[in-house]
Design a protein around this ligand. Structure first.
Ligand code: PRX
Length: 647
């Protein structure tokens, strides 16, 4: 096990700009009490904490113990007392060009009015709220109102289908669902309320549904259960924010792991708020009059942290865009950047690759000179994409901030930090850990590997953004994250630290895929296939894809009584209808049997290796619980069964 300090070899990358970063990084290690106390001043607290960290019940780390605060107060109220009352909090725009500007005063009004509406429906501190909405202002109002009254929200990505929504409602025990009649996507209306109605047939906890009238389509309203948003929101001007304990939960966000059931990651108020606000400041250095555009979906952690909480806590102006980045025009994103004078843009490598495909002329037709800094998140960025983003979008003058983090980490943990000093950048590397983050790359036994060697990325010490735990899966919290490499937080990613101290993220080490930057467990997709009722066995893996990073390939054995024409198409439809297009495989191959271990576990890696023709003489590298002979036999049998698929 490693105990020596994780020294940063700055000598070799020394750059005058790194000075402040180095002093903060060292302070976090040498004087954590002062460091974490200072960074918590970014928030207003009703009551100061007694202790910055209680780690006596590790791995349940509690930050800013006994501190009291409210994040909706921090995000909204305090700005209207300062001089940001008339400042735009959000410039909402959709793919039809409809624009709405909401000031901090406007947000304050809306949040208070909706908080009252929630209270009138009997929602209070500790109650669970499900939010299933398009990217509209009311979605943010719903999150902030929950935070204001101390209710715990769980936001479900609006691309998910009924079954995925029902699972999340059931696991969280939501009493209320907040939704809209529909959302706009690529010229089509997505019927969100209809999906909620189907999901509610599979749930019991929900008492009321609030519906925003957004697209104006025909929907079914259930008397006594469903309420129009605009009917229940009055003019009540003030609801006193709850004094939340720093470690009270703020939200639960479901994310994929290596087992079928998504994990409900719980984030709290104090540590999470401190971490997201500071990391935005450190990494992107936003200035008072900057326009910030985090072009993610609020349904994922990137949106929670960097569309909603961090920019509001810092009092910034954000672009909120409802729609696809290349619709109705291939240069939609560049039009918006130019029209709104965006200064800092934060998006995913998949989005950049998709837009890059349309060629340089589209971005070059627009004045992108307002851009100062460009960020990426969610998956490794390949050097070619990095170069294009840097040269064509940033005109070789904007640093690329490649931010590495996860749902569980709350905010960014490894990234260049424009606000406190960054060294030279290397395309494809997320560079260095942020102050307070102490990464160690280890082998299977927890020994630190040498620089340049691939290993598991683990984090030795806790930091304020780390989740509080998992909803209803306490044991899993310990075993998945803190027992793989005893005592260290296990990210599930492979990484290399090069001789200059730069971190290179190499993708997941487990059965989790990153499809267009979205995190999906192979087992989740297999479960979705099985739930169609016609599949006996399924094996899913990710295949490299030029734009999406990975695309989903499934091999299935049908049930003997399955009687459907075009089963692959029927399966795709079945999965899409219930789980949404995210979970739908691009390719489905029907086979007679799948390779399995003696204990009956499907050998996904073997299916993948055979399919991609990646089998060398040495099959022992194919991680599996089976012996080499068993693997050889399984490969031979599967090759025969395949009869040409994938050749
Ligand atoms: O594999 C890593 C990848 O995304 C995973 C986390 O996914 P999720 O919880 O959905 O959060 C995504 C948004 C923060 C990680 O385990 N990942 C995230 N950022 C990067 C990355 N891989 C490489 N480089 C990154 N910058």
């Amino acid at each position: 096990m490693v105990n020596e300090p994780n020294s940063l070899p700055f000598d070799s990358v020394m750059n005058p700009g790194l000075g402040k970063y180095i002093s903060l990084y060292n302070e976090a290690i040498e004087n954590p009490e002062k460091f974490y106390g200072d960074i918590a001043q970014i928030l207003d607290w009703y009551k100061r904490w007694d202790k910055v960290l209680d780690d006596s019940k590790s791995p349940y780390f509690r930050w800013y113990v006994n501190g009291k605060l409210n994040l909706s107060y921090n995000a909204v109220d305090r700005h209207i007392q300062e001089n940001r009352r008339n400042k735009a909090a959000y410039i909402y725009v959709n793919e039809k060009g409809v624009e709405k500007i909401v000031t901090y005063q406007g947000l304050f009004k809306r949040v208070n009015a909706f908080s009252q509406a929630l209270k009138d429906l009997g929602i209070g501190k500790g109650d669970r709220i499900a939010i299933y909405m398009p990217m509209i202002i009311e979605e943010i109002v719903a999150m902030l109102s929950a935070a204001r009254i101390g209710a715990v929200f769980t936001l479900v990505f609006s691309g998910f289908g009924a079954e995925a929504l029902a699972d999340r409602i059931n696991d969280s025990g939501a009493k209320i669902v907040i939704t809209a009649d529909g959302g706009f996507r690529r010229g089509k209306v997505i019927p969100l309320k209809k999906t909620v109605d189907s999901a509610l047939e599979m749930t019991k906890s929900v008492e009321s549904v609030i519906v925003v009238n957004h697209v104006g389509n025909e929907i079914n309203m259930v008397e006594g259960r469903d309420y129009w948003y605009h009917h229940i929101v009055g003019e009540k001007s003030y609801v006193e924010p709850e004094r939340m304990d720093s470690n009270d939960p703020l939200f639960i966000l479901y994310t994929s792991g290596t087992t079928g059931k998504p994990k409900g990651v719980i984030h709290g108020n104090g540590g999470y708020g401190v971490w997201v606000a500071n990391t935005l400041k450190w990494t992107f250095d936003p200035q008072e009059n900057d326009r910030w555009w985090c072009a993610a979906d609020i349904g994922w952690i990137t949106g929670h942290s960097y569309i909603v909480f961090a920019p509001l806590i810092l009092g910034l102006t954000s672009i909120l865009y409802e729609g696809s980045l290349d619709y109705p025009f291939p240069d939609q994103m560049w039009r918006l950047v130019s029209y709104y004078g965006v200064n800092i843009l934060y998006t995913s490598p998949t989005a950049i690759r998709a837009l890059m495909k349309y060629g340089d002329a589209y971005p070059r037709n627009h004045d992108l000179s307002s851009l100062k800094t460009l960020g990426t998140v969610g998956e490794p960025i390949n050097p070619k994409t990095w170069e294009w983003y840097y040269k064509v979008i940033g005109n070789s003058k904007c640093p690329i901030v490649d931010t590495y983090w996860q749902t569980e980490t709350g905010g960014i943990i490894i990234s260049p930090s424009i606000g406190i000093g960054y060294g030279p950048l290397k395309p494809g590397s997320a560079t260095f850990p942020l102050p307070g983050i102490d990464p160690v790359i280890t082998d299977d036994s927890g020994n630190k590997v040498d620089s340049g060697q691939k290993g598991y990325l683990t984090i030795r010490k806790p930091w304020p953004g780390l989740m509080l735990g998992l909803n209803n899966q306490d044991e899993k919290y310990r075993t998945s994250y803190f027992e793989k490499i005893k005592g260290f937080y296990f990210t599930g990613d492979y990484a290399i630290r090069d001789k200059d101290g730069f971190y290179w993220l190499l993708g997941r080490s487990d059965e989790v895929l990153k499809v267009s930057g979205h995190r999906i467990g192979t087992i989740e997709i297999e479960d979705a296939l099985l739930s169609t009722g016609i599949v006996a066995e399924a094996g899913v893996f990710g295949k490299p894809h030029q734009v999406k990073g990975e695309s989903i390939v499934a091999f299935v054995v049908l049930k003997s009584d399955a009687n459907v024409d075009s089963p692959a198409e029927a399966l795709k439809k079945g999965v899409r209808d219930n789980f949404g297009s995210l979970m739908t495989p691009d390719e489905i191959h029907i086979v007679k049997s799948l390779p399995k271990t003696r204990s009956g576990k499907i050998m996904r890696r073997i299916i993948k290796a055979v399919y991609l023709n990646q089998i060398s003489g040495d099959v022992s590298t194919l991680e599996s619980e089976a012996s080499v002979t068993e693997i050889r036999e399984a490969i031979e049998k599967f090759r025969k069964d395949l009869g040409g698929v994938g050749d």
